[in-house]
Write a protein that binds this ligand. Structure first.
Ligand code: DAH
Length: 340
């Protein structure tokens, strides 16, 4: 009877299998623990008839050995699999957070400008960075000997006929007017190039946004109102002034200043103590420019404006040096992570 019980247990021990540490321990306690089955059986063994003791004793010893070998083997194989595990790391652990990139501050500001102007009906248009003389200069009423045509300012690719890197996005104005009928409401963001020395304030590559509005009866008051809307949306500032200025492609022309304020030391520094900041050029499109692009100046009038994206980004994010935009230093770029 008892021998059968022991044999049955022996079979159980032999088939027992697990990869859980807790189950191995439970198995060990069940068979080999101080109140375990083997302890119980050995106690019972004392009471059995002497004639059965030999076989039963052997069976019990076998069972005890089998149980402790089993525990040892299972623990060993568990250790092996844990070694494999540590090779891969703990696969159940939460993963490293994925590093998200950030938009470049130039893109952030360009997108914001597009957003502000699209709310009042402006489309977005683009033109080539490699331009001809006509679109970059001649059609824009730049006289042949205008200083802006000087070799110092322009990167020429070929001479006669001139092929060059555009020096401003005003070239897109001309292309847009050539290909579209009024009413025209468009802004043209893009990269421009100037043959200038690089410093904290100037770069030979930078970005501009050009604005163009052509329709019947467009006035200077429309221009001012649009720019006021823009400065409110972009900077949260609601005071602007327009100073008379000169651009060959507009008449009259003006520089736009916004009242930045004089609240902090930085305000004093960037406005040179005046509280005012120049942010763009603008004016009423010169009738000659309309004519050059096949638009009847007797029928249509319009305004245009142009601003530098870097300059606006530097103001908004208090970036002290224009070169930081092009160095691709992640410590700089990472700071724009939270802005879309
Ligand atoms: N093209 C000018 C520049 O690069 C900016 C500009 C001024 C554009 C006045 C305009 C404008 O359309 O009306 O400095």
């Amino acid at each position: 009877m008892m021998l059968d019980k022991v044999k049955k247990m022996m079979a159980d021990v032999e088939v027992f299998k697990t990869t859980s540490k807790d189950e191995i321990e439970a198995f060990r306690i069940k068979y080999l623990g101080s109140k375990g089955l083997l302890k119980e059986l050995f106690n019972e063994f004392k009471t059995v008839d002497a004639s059965m003791k030999k076989d039963l004793g052997q069976a019990l010893n076998k069972l005890r050995n089998a149980a402790s070998t089993k525990v040892q083997e299972l623990n060993e194989s568990l250790e092996n699999t844990q070694e494999t595990k540590s090779f891969y790391g703990d696969l159940t652990r939460p993963s490293e957070p994925i590093e998200l990139g950030a938009r470049h501050p130039i893109s952030i500001v360009r997108n914001r400008i597009i957003e502000v102007f699209s709310k009042i009906g402006f489309t977005v248009s683009e033109g080539p960075e490699i331009e001809d003389d006509w679109h970059n200069f001649t059609a824009l009423n730049l006289p042949e000997y205008h200083p802006a045509r000087d070799m110092q300012d322009t990167f020429f690719i070929e001479k006669d006929p001139d092929v060059l890197l555009r020096t401003h996005t005003s070239s897109v104005q001309v292309r847009y007017m050539e290909n579209n009928e009024p009413p025209i409401r468009t802004i043209s963001p893009g990269r421009v190039f100037r043959n200038e020395d690089i410093s904290a304030r100037a770069h030979c590559i930078f970005h501009q946004v050009e604005g163009l509005y052509i329709d019947t009866d467009v006035s200077f008051a429309d221009l001012k109102q649009t720019l006021l809307y823009f400065t409110k949306e972009m900077f949260g500032k609601s005071k602007i002034r327009l100073r008379p200025s000169y651009f060959p492609f507009t008449e009259p022309s003006a520089e736009v200043d916004i009242y930045w304020g004089l609240e902090t030391e930085v305000d004093y520094k960037i406005t040179k103590g005046t509280g005012w900041l120049e942010i763009m050029g603008c004016g009423m499109v010169d009738p000659n420019v309309l004519k050059n692009a096949n638009i009847d100046p007797e029928k249509y009038t319009g305004y245009a404006f142009g601003m530098g994206i870097e300059r606006i980004a530097m103001l908004l994010y208090q970036i002290p040096d224009i070169r930081m935009f092009y160095e691709n230093d992640v410590r700089f770029l990472e700071q724009f992570k939270s802005i879309i």
